[in-house]
Write a protein that binds this ligand. Sequence first.
Ligand code: ADP
Ligand code: MG
Length: 308
Amino acid sequence: MSRHVAVLMGGWSAEREVSLVSGAAVAAALAENGYRVTTIDLTRDLEALRRALTPRPDVVFNALHGRGGEDGCVQGVLEIMGIPYSHSGVLASAVAMDKDMTKRLVAAAGVRSPRGVVLERGAITGGHPLPPPYVVKPVDEGSTVGVTLVERDGAPVTEAVLEQIWAKGSRVLVEEFIPGRELTVGVMGDRPLAVTEIVFDGSIFDYVAKYTAGHAHHVVPAMLPPGIAEEAMRLALVVHRTLGCRGVSRSDFRFDPSRPGTEGLCFLEVNTQPGMTPLSLVPEQAAHLGISYHELVTWIVENAAWQG
Ligand SMILES: Nc1ncnc2c1ncn2[C@@H]1O[C@H](COP(=O)(O)OP(=O)(O)O)[C@@H](O)[C@H]1O
Ligand SMILES: [Mg+2]
C-alpha cells in the first residue's frame, strides 16, 4: 500500500501565503510520485489537527514557515503524537527561529555574523544603539517582516517604526549593516547544494523585493571570487550541523567584496523551513545539481524522523 503523507501548510504566521503555495506544490509532486497525500491547513485548533491526523499518516511533510510551524511548536506536537515529520526537530527549529541565539551558537563554531545588540521594549532611548548604518529586525520573525535600514545619515529608529516590529515579538535585533552582495546556501542532509546570489534593487532584501515579481533575480551558481563559494558552502554546513538541523535548511549570508579573502562573508540567519515552491531557492539549487523537484520532495519525506 502506498505511504500516506500529510502535508502541513498555511498556519498563522506572516508567511502563511507562501506556505500555502509551497504546500500545494509539494502535495502535487508527492501524489505524482505515488504517495497518498492529504493536506492540512494548520490553525491553533489542536482538536482539528488531531482529527486531520486521524487516521495517522505515515509521515508529516512540514511545509509551514515562520511562527508555529518553523519554531519547534508544531514539531513538539508531532513528537508527542509520535508521527515522523520532515525537516528539523524541536531544538534546532526553536534555536534557528531566534537569530540572536543562532548567532551565539554558530560563533562558537567559528561562523562570523554581524555585530549586534538585542533590545527589549523600553530600552530605546532615542539615540543610535549602534553607529549607523545599521539594520533593525525582529529577533524571531521571518521573511523580512519589519526589517528596517538606518542609513549612515539616518535618524535613530523611532518608537513608531519599532511598534511595527514589536507587534510581532518583544525583542529586536540591531545589527551593523553589512554592505555588499546577498548570498544563500541550501543544505540537503550532509551536502551543501550551491550558492545563489540574489540580485535586487535597494540595500536590503525586504518583503517587497522578496515577494514581488520582477524585483529580484537569482544567479545560481553565484559568480564569486575564488574560494568564496566553497567557504559559503562550508559555513552553511557548519551552521546546519551546529544547530542539529535535519533534512534541508538554507543559510543567508552577506558578502562584502571590499574585505580581503573570505573575511567578507557574514552569516545572517538559517531557515529550517526554506521555501518549497518549485521556484524557491533550495529547489532551484537542487535542480542546478540535477536533482528534480520531485526527487527533492521525495528525499525530504524519506528523511523524516522523530525523536521517538
Ligand atoms: N546586518 C545586515 N546587514 C545587511 N543587510 C541585512 C542585515 N540583516 C538583514 N539584512 C537584509 O535583510 C534581509 C532579511 O534579513 P534576514 O536576517 O535574512 O531575516 P529574514 O529573512 O528572516 O527576514 C537580508 O536578506 C538582508 O538583505
Ligand atoms: Mg533571510
